[in-house]
Structures are given as structure tokens and as C-alpha cells.
Design a protein around this ligand. Structure first.
Ligand code: GLU
Length: 314
């Protein structure tokens, strides 16, 4: 697992700020979160979620991934566990929830796997490609941007959502309004992510630090170790919605991040079946219902899903 820097190495630097915020952090912690830095889990109401009809007669003999899962009896799906309203794991029950999780479940049903036959495994941004290449997971749904570089390593179904890079700061921050204000500021992102790569390439005067997850970045933001957290607006809005007195999202999105379902590269039959499943669920209303019950809770109205990109086998 990639760990660029330990989350506690810089703790002592701005002690005053840290002490001032300790109370707030404590309030957040006692509000029911499982571990330091992660917001309290307040998942979607189960009754608001759609029911996905399991296609019991479904067969996909052209997909080695599907056949392996069928023999095993369940799918193993890679996901995130600390991204509010997108992919969250309840530390008490181990149950995953969020928009990405619903996407994973709705397409699983189309592939013939009911909710009990979908096992989630948390995989950090930096480890997604290897997890798919090693067969650790059958597919991945976790704020995974489709791009040409990644398409050389894995396949993508979708996109099923269009996000854009943004900035999360503390509510007491008045100097940062966009990436142009990051010169000399410490900005945190996840290793192996496109937002990290964009800051490194386009804003070299920003002091960039990387951790495995965005929740560690948020922890560091709240204790004044970093000045901003950068990743997709969809992720940042969720963190801000859970602690609106502490954090805010500033400026306009400054990239396009089309979210795809990652599949093992070369399994084009699986990719096509997932695209069919996404399209069907967008048509029958499940996509919108799932969005409103999850990511919609961070204040984002349900957009029109982006068109599916059925790119030729590469
Ligand atoms: N969508 C971006 C990416 O795939 C950032 C979010 C993430 O790290 O999952 O790199």
C-alpha cells in the first residue's frame, strides 16, 4: 500500500490552531464517527433506495471475470469507505453505502448478482489498477476518473457521473478561492489521484502533500496541518455537508472527472454488459432515485447522467 507520508509527522507545527480546533474535532468525533478524521456515518435511508431486479437468467460466457465470480458465488467489488454519500463503510456494521455503492449494486443485479452476492473491498486510489490487474476485485466503483492513461492499464464502463476538481478549506480561510491562490499554501490530496497529478503539473508553487485517503487530508485540514484539500467536488461537498461549520468548498470546478466502473483490461464483454446495465438503470429511473437518496444529500440536485462511452476494444 502506498503511504507517502505518515498522518502524524507534522502534527506539532501549528499547535495553537490545533488546540483551538481540538474541541470542534472532538465534537465531530463524538458525533459518532468510527475513527479520527472520518465524518460520522449518516447513510441514506434504506426506504429511499431503489430495489434492483436481479436478472437470474443472465449469462456472460465471453467474460472471464463474470465466469469466475459465478463459480465463486459472489462478486468482489472495489470501493472507497470514507467518502461521504459516495462510498462509506459503517464501522459498526461493516455495511457500505453511497452513490458509488448503489451503482455497484444496480449493475451487479443486471449481471445476476443480488445484494447479498456483492462483497465490497476497500481499495485506495493509488492501488486501483493493481487490484484490477491482480484479480483482487472483479470491478471497481469509487470516484474513478476515466482517462487515456488509465485505459492502458484497465477498462472502463460508463461514465455514470461527471465531477470536477475543487478545493475544500476551513470556514475561517479567506485567501483561497481557486487553484491560482495555492502558491506557497499546503494542499493535500490522495496519492495516485488525478487531482494530485493536476496540482503537481499545473500549480508547482503549491506545497503538495499526499496521503492514502481524503479523510486523512480532512483530518489534517481541521488541525491546521494543511491549508486546503483538493479532489473532486462530489467528494468535497460530502465532507463539507457533514461539517458545514468547519469546512467549505470554494471556487468553480477546474477539471472534468468522468466517473467510470473500472474492469480488468481486455474483458470487453464485461465492459459492454456493464454499459448495458448502466443505460438500463438510467432509463428505468433507478439511477436518479439512487442519486437522490445518496449524493443528493450533500446538496447536489440530480443531473442528467453523461452519455455512455462505448469505446472500441483497445
Ligand atoms: N476522480 C479522481 C481520481 O480518480 C479523484 C478521486 C479519487 O481519488 O478517487 O483520481
Amino acid at each position: 500500500m502506498l503511504r507517502t507520508r505518515n498522518s502524524r509527522t507534522k502534527r506539532s507545527r501549528t499547535r495553537t490552531g490545533a488546540v483551538a480546533l481540538a474541541g470542534l474535532l472532538l465534537a465531530l468525533l463524538t458525533a459518532g464517527c468510527g475513527k479520527e478524521g472520518s465524518p460520522p456515518v449518516k447513510g441514506p435511508k434504506p426506504e429511499a433506495l431503489p430495489h434492483y431486479k436481479v436478472d437470474t437468467g443472465f449469462e456472460l460466457p465471453g467474460s472471464t471475470t463474470w465466469k469466475k465470480a459465478k463459480r465463486r458465488g459472489h462478486l468482489v467489488v472495489g470501493a472507497k469507505e470514507d467518502q461521504p454519500y459516495l462510498g462509506e463503510k459503517d464501522p459498526a456494521t461493516g455495511i457500505y453505502s453511497g452513490f458509488d455503492i448503489e451503482i455497484a449494486r444496480m449493475v451487479a443485479a443486471s449481471l445476476g448478482f443480488g445484494q447479498k452476492a456483492v462483497q465490497f473491498r476497500t481499495i485506495a486510489s493509488a492501488n486501483r489498477e493493481t487490484a484490477l490487474q491482480n484479480g483482487q476485485i472483479d470491478y471497481y466503483v469509487g470516484t474513478y476518473t476515466i482517462n487515456d492513461m488509465r485505459k492502458k492499464l484497465v477498462g472502463f464502463a460508463g461514465p455514470y457521473y461527471l465531477a470536477g476538481q475543487g478545493l475544500l478549506v476551513r470556514t475561517d480561510e479567506n485567501d483561497i478561492h481557486g487553484p491560482q491562490d495555492l502558491d506557497g499554501k499546503t494542499v493535500c490530496s490522495a496519492a495516485g489521484s488525478t487531482p494530485y497529478q493536476r496540482i503537481a503539473a499545473d500549480y508547482p508553487k503549491a506545497h503538495l502533500v499526499a496521503y492514502d485517503t481524503y479523510s486523512i487530508c480532512v483530518d489534517n485540514l481541521l488541525t491546521y496541518q494543511v491549508d486546503a484539500v483538493t479532489t473532486d467536488d462530489a467528494i468535497l461537498l460530502g465532507f463539507a455537508a457533514k461539517a458545514p461549520d468547519e469546512m467549505k468548498v470554494v471556487g468553480k470546478p477546474f477539471s472534468q472527472e468522468p466517473y467510470g466502473i473500472g474492469v480488468p483490461r481486455g474483458d470487453n464483454a464485461l465492459r459492454a454488459a456493464l454499459n448495458d446495465a448502466l443505460e438500463a438503470n438510467e432509463k428505468n429511473g433507478n439511477w436518479k432515485k439512487a442519486f437522490e437518496a445518496t449524493l443528493g444529500l450533500s446538496g447536489v440536485p440530480a443531473p442528467k447522467p453523461p452519455p455512455i462511452d462505448r469505446y472500441p476494444a483497445n
